[in-house]
Design a protein around this ligand. Sequence first.
Ligand code: NCD
Length: 314
Amino acid sequence: MAGLITMDDLTNEQILSILDDAERLLPVARGEIYLPLLQGRILGNLFFEPSTRTRMSFETAMKRLGGDVVNLGDVKTSSVVKGETLFDTIQMVDGYTDIIAMRHPRQGAAQYAQDSARVPILNGGDGAGHHPTQTMLDLFTIKQAHGRLDGLKVVLAGDLRYGRTVHSLSHALVRFGCELIFASPNLLRMPEEIVSDLRSHGADVTETEDLYGSMADADVIYMTRIQKERFADEDEYARCAGAYKLHARDLSEVKQDMIVMHPLPRVDEIDPSVDTTRHARYFEQAFNGVVARMALLCSLLGVSVPAKIEGGAL
Ligand code: NCD
């Protein structure tokens, strides 16, 4: 069964339909309504890299829908330390579960797993590659704030080289006709192959080092962490660390309805003074991981979300 490895696995119509499902599932995600659509189904959580939000929100999503979760747990206490290959681990978990959420430090690992799995794989991040389930919650958050996805001006800032969230998100935003500004230190620019691919699809993309000068007419500013763990050279990291730090005082000239997003964890890219401004949206964004992943789990397991959820917001 097909999983979600990159955003190319979903059409724009499928994306919008999953976002609609997510909207209707909000009261279920908040625990106001119990809707056991996934009763009897088991999710396997295979996280070979640290994770808080992605792993926990998948688990919450599954449990709020009446399903169950089995976890690989800490890699250090699994058979991986005995030398088990990814291929063998997948063969096992494939038999134990109905769907797998997976994160791995190697780019391409999720596709590799999908090629040998019977159940759908949800890519929860493969090295510096892709992070499509994060993109779905990002799109949900943007649509919630602006009522639409098309034609927005979005600034993506920070580590665009190694940041997988911005790789997946920029592909999706271009498909909805957004204008993108890539703001990063020169060393951390968006990979050339991604920029040229986006441009070949007619994207309006600007690259700059000047984050602050790009914010005035933006609808979204999407900050990212410098991905320390992916640098081969520590000195290189030291030269980029702390490149951008957004303070509340930097936001005085921005559009009233501009939202600041961040996939989290933040290190020092967003000063806590931003948290209490009308623009901060990163904690809601993290909560939206639950609804977005609920809707994805239903979609990939072939379970339809009811058009009307009793007592819901519809
Ligand atoms: C991101 C990731 O793992 O790529 N985290 C997340 O899933 N929310 C961002 C990051 O680690 O910087």
